[in-house]
Design a protein around this ligand. Structure first.
Ligand SMILES: CC1=C(CCC(=O)O)c2cc3nc(cc4[nH]c(cc5[nH]c(cc1n2)c(C)c5CCC(=O)O)c(CCC(=O)O)c4C)C(CCC(=O)O)=C3C
Ligand SMILES: [Fe+2]
Length: 389
């Protein structure tokens, strides 16, 4: 079992690692191929998703959002007199992680601390990042020369949760006002926390109670973490308000089970049960990227219009000052200089581990080299590599 807390270390740069997205029409298909390589996603699904990007000029909003987050992190680090440069690399689009690691090494960096734009445990949101670093280090021949660690999954860190508390409360006020305008000020509202659906097999492999030494009854750390975060948010916003966790953006072959209910089915069910207004909280996401803009702001909003439901989608953390400052706190949990001892967590599940347990968030398609996992030797410095040289 991994110790929840790693000893602080001396880092010389931060790596902001994200998903990446296309920056023009010509990028759309190559990007989608990068994302789905070896993942068994049918061509029809790729065709469908390509239109979400095409309608936006072939541009994903995610890159601009990450540039803004990088700038905000740099400003917050500077404000705290922390001298760590922020590098930015993506899993699926330029700037690609292997090139960024090579540049980091060439610039003299020897130990990076990775912050990802994914808050939860699952293959897509945890292991795949750790694998992509592991693969990049191996590919570039930098393994043993460049160390890369990552901060803990932060689904229940106040920096991530508090912006959602503000956003959910504000959306409830807006939906209540919409209902009042419609002449039904007392009509029932439902809060839907939306996250990315994943194959149930991946959900079950994301960690269970015994492995993680945490108490939860769901057979999935991914699901348990979302429920716990949603509970913490609603405890602060309004404990009497009804809410549920729903899923979006399902892909994969139809016969493969993914987490349900889909948000659109759930909306129809709520409407039939008498709900008149809905607040949709994009709990699974860090910024208003395409999965949020399309699947929630376009599709779920249309579903609500058809069902006659008042609708408001609350913001993602984005560059909220509490989120940015929380990410810097997470960095300082791991640094010797500017060290922060306290490890805040707003649910009983946290604080999550700095280093994952073996097999956590399994890749069923064959093992790859990974960093930040008990027993893994990838991403560590060999004895002959001097830090600060
Ligand atoms: C858990 C999770 C997150 C949240 C955590 C995190 O944020 O990391 C997330 C985020 C994102 N997903 C994104 C885009 C896509 N995801 C896809 C496909 C998939 N996602 C999956 C899971 C997740 N995805 C899975 C299990 C698949 C099936 C393929 C596979 O098994 O790996 C596909 C292929 C087409 C399709 O199948 O839909 C696309 C285009 C973008 C970028 C948006 C933009 O461009 O603005 C972002 C931030
Ligand atoms: Fe995705």
């Amino acid at each position: 079992m991994s110790a929840p807390v790693s000893a602080p270390a001396e880092y010389d740069a931060i790596l902001l690692a994200s998903f990446g997205g296309p920056e023009g029409q010509d990028d759309v298909i190559p990007f989608l191929r990068n994302v789905t390589r070896g993942r068994g996603i049918p061509d029809e699904r790729l065709e469908e998703v390509s239109h979400h990007y095409r309608k936006n000029g072939g541009i994903s909003p995610i890159n601009a959002q990450n540039r803004a987050l990088k700038a905000a992190l740099e400003a917050e680090l500077a404000a705290r007199d922390i001298e760590l440069p922020v590098l930015w690399g993506n899993r699926n689009w330029d700037p690609y992680i292997p090139a960024v690691l090579q540049e980091a090494y060439d610039a003299g960096h020897r130990r990076l601390l990775m912050v990802t734009t994914s808050a939860y445990s699952s293959y897509s949101s945890c292991r795949q990042y750790r694998e992509d670093i592991g693969m990049a280090l191996t590919e570039t021949g930098l393994d043993g020369k460049l160390a890369v660690d990552k901060v803990r999954q932060y689904f229940d860190h106040p920096g991530f949760v508090e912006p959602f508390i503000e956003g959910t409360a504000a959306s409830l006020v807006k939906v209540r006002a919409l209902l009042a305008e419609a002449g039904t000020p007392e009509a029932p509202i439902h809060v839907m926390f939306a996250t990315h659906s994943i194959p149930t097999r991946d959900a079950e492999a994301s960690g269970h109670s015994e492995l993680e030494l945490r108490e939860f009854t769901e057979n999935s750390a991914y699901v348990a973490q979302h429920l716990a975060a949603a509970e913490a948010i609603m405890a602060a916003v309004d404990p009497a308000q009804e809410w549920s966790l729903v899923y979006q953006s399902r892909s994969g072959a139809p016969h493969v089970p993914w987490l349900e209910p889909d948000i659109n089915d759930a909306l129809a069910e709520r409407a039939a049960a008498g709900t008149k207004g809905v607040v949709v909280v994009p709990l699974g996401f860090v910024s208003d990227h395409m999965e949020v803009r399309w699947d929630l702001d376009t599709e779920a909003a249309e579903t609500c219009a058809e069902l006659g439901l008042a609708f408001d989608r609350s913001p993602t953390p984005g560059t909220h000052e509490k989120f940015v400052s929380g990410l810097v706190d997470l960095i300082c949990e791991r640094t010797i200089e500017n060290h922060i001892e306290e490890r805040p967590a707003m649910t009983k599940l946290g604080p999550w581990f700095d280093v994952c347990n073996p097999g956590c968030c399994a890749n069923f398609r064959g093992e790859k080299p990974v960093i930040s996992e008990v027993g893994s030797t990838v991403g560590l410095l060999s004895a002959s590599t001097k830090v600060g040289s």
